[in-house]
Design a protein around this ligand. Structure first.
Ligand SMILES: [Zn+2]
Ligand SMILES: [Zn+2]
Length: 306
């Protein structure tokens, strides 16, 4: 552990080396990360586990796993892992090769970085620097956890999006877009009551205060669909599931779905996202890969509204 490195309050694990880099005279970012023994990486805020999460957490803490939980995606991901995935995650933090693969993570809206204009001002006053906050990057979240302001993620003038933070290693104090220099403003896109509930659940999940786990969700959905584990291999089951996917998509609504996912499409005049469609939603023995935790929160709330 290198004592020079410290995470700021609620700082996102994958962003702190960019902050260090922005304050250092060492030229390219690849040189900064090489100094700390990490392969260079493009920091994405998509909800996944990567080898560099372990490496980055080890640099700032003697308990890398706890650090990943609080400053990375650990708290959001762990409740929705099956036994094998939990084992793979623990192995990764025991410095073994990473064997957890995820699917569709980058189709979720939080693959773009976000920041809050009030936090920028406060952080600069309190710490002399701005930085990317972990709770701002959560899937399902569109507002600041402290100030409730809509988060900034793109430039309305030129369309620049914060896909990775190499151009903007720390949020700009003057909020100027790195591409066109115009002032970036908060994302005032579609947001309804349902999305507000999901936002609250996402914050709770991030603080280990969301009661549901993968098993609970699977049991509840299976019950709702009206089947038991014994008759899930039938054609009738597949048809009923297809109807259920359509029902929850209608319940969430096209505007909200388009805000959450980049891969929505129209099927039979209904807006759907392939990301939501996985047997992990209801089968304990599903062979589908780890999916973004957000889909379970959406399915739970959407089913209540059907
Ligand atoms: Zn804020
Ligand atoms: Zn711009």
């Amino acid at each position: 552990m290198n004592n020079v490195l410290k995470l700021l309050p609620n700082e996102h694990l994958r962003s702190y080396l960019f902050r260090i880099h922005s304050q250092s005279p060492f030229g390219a970012f690849s040189k900064t990360v090489a100094r700390f023994g990490i392969d260079t990486y493009t920091a994405s805020s998509a909800t996944t586990l990567q080898k560099y999460d372990y490496q980055l957490a080890s640099l700032v803490s003697n308990d890398a796993f706890e650090t990943w939980k609080k400053h990375g995606d650990g708290n959001s991901m762990l409740p929705f892992m099956d036994k094998n995935e939990l084992k793979a995650t623990q192995s990764c933090f025991a410095h073994e090769p990473l064997q957890l693969s995820t699917i569709y993570a980058s189709t979720v809206h939080n693959s773009l970085w976000r920041f809050c204009e009030d936090c920028v001002e406060e952080d600069y006053t309190n710490y002399g620097t701005t930085y990317y906050h972990q709770p701002h990057q959560l899937a399902g979240v569109f507002h600041c956890y402290k100030h409730s302001k809509p988060l900034i993620t793109a430039c309305n003038s030129c369309g620049y999006q914060l896909k990775n933070i190499s151009k903007l290693p720390i949020p700009p104090i003057n909020l100027k877009c790195p591409a066109c220099n115009n002032r970036m403003v908060g994302d005032e896109g579609y947001f309804d009551e349902f999305m507000s509930t999901i936002e609250k659940h996402s914050f709770a999940l991030n603080q280990s205060m969301f009661a549901w786990t993968l098993k609970d969700v699977q049991q509840a959905n299976l019950k709702y669909i009206g089947f038991s584990g014994d008759n899930t291999k039938t054609l009738a089951f597949n048809r009923t599931c297809t109807d259920w996917y359509k029902d929850i998509s209608v319940s969430i609504g096209s505007h909200a779905l388009q805000r959450y996912f980049s891969n929505t499409k129209q099927i039979d005049c209904i807006t759907v996202s392939q990301t939501m469609r996985t047997t992990r939603m209801f089968l304990a023995d599903s062979k589908n890969k780890f999916s973004p935790p957000l889909i379970y929160l959406l399915a739970l709330e959407a089913t209540k509204k059907i």
